[in-house]
Write a protein that binds this ligand. Sequence first.
Ligand code: PEP
Ligand code: MN
Length: 342
Amino acid sequence: MLIVMKQDATQEDVERVNEVIEKLGFRPHPMPGAARTAIGITGNQGAVDRTHFENLPGVADAIRVTKPYKLISKTLRPEKSVIKVGNATIGGDELAMIAGPCAVESFDQVFEAAEIVASSGAKFFRGGAFKPRTSPYAFQGKGEEGLKILAQVREQFDLNIVTEAMDEHGVDLVEKYGDCIQIGTRNMQNFSLLKYVGQTRKPVLLKRGMSATLDEFLLAAEYIMAEGNYDVILCERGIRTFNRYARNTLDLSIVPAVHKISHLPVIVDPSHATGHNYMVAPMAKAGVAVGADGLIIEVHPCPEEALCDGAQAMLPEQYFELNEQVKAMRELMFPVKETVAV
Ligand code: PEP
Ligand code: MN
């Protein structure tokens, strides 16, 4: 069930509806929008009786939700969500560029990379301090020490830090040092972790599970939002197919599919989707062409020395060129509509 408030409904009207929902033993999720507020209800097993709401002041309609998701849905919030990440946003007019190395390796490597990313005008810096590696013998990341380096990057370069957490302890640390908690592909259906990040008040970058369907992906976001954290950014990073020439298959059709159903922003990661340096730029541009709200690009000052994902890392000059190209594409394909002041 979702309650759509009238355009002129007051804050008291909204609070009254919230109270009724809570009295029924459920949880209200008010979503203010440009034209009206809607209130999602979670915690109910079966249908909620609409007669509880239809005569309350300010209520326009009580709609039964037939889809498995509620809070991610455009029915609840017709306009796109613009998510605040540190001092910048994702999902607005500007293409969000999240760039940096795969992993935090050392202070010097991270600072060199940050200088590249900052000078490109990007507002977000990535780099993993906790690395989910296939082999237990591969470099696992520098943990809290790495997060401290990232926090210094924010101070020095005014970049917002996006970094992965793999477990609850990692979430606590990323909350402390970072600006956005990344949940990686391997954890997209780690439901207890999703609930845990849902209880934080830091934005979450949720990467698509490598074999997740659209519904599974959206329901993973729903898990986070059902806990009260509505700041979720989705990320397509490639899925497993029979393709052997790339690390994964970048499923770009999910971008318009998400935009059709959900108000959440969706970005594209052509680095992990392809695994090869020469494929990153073309697939990044393809991502922009289909309307992605941003990109994740791995860039390393010296890819041949990278401890992780060196084969897909862009060289600084390649990254600069791509950055200019995607910005130009974005302006050309999705020009910002001028609002005329009256
Ligand atoms: C990453 O972004 O560093 C990463 C490990 O990505 P994914 O979870 O998509 O593999
Ligand atoms: Mn990587």
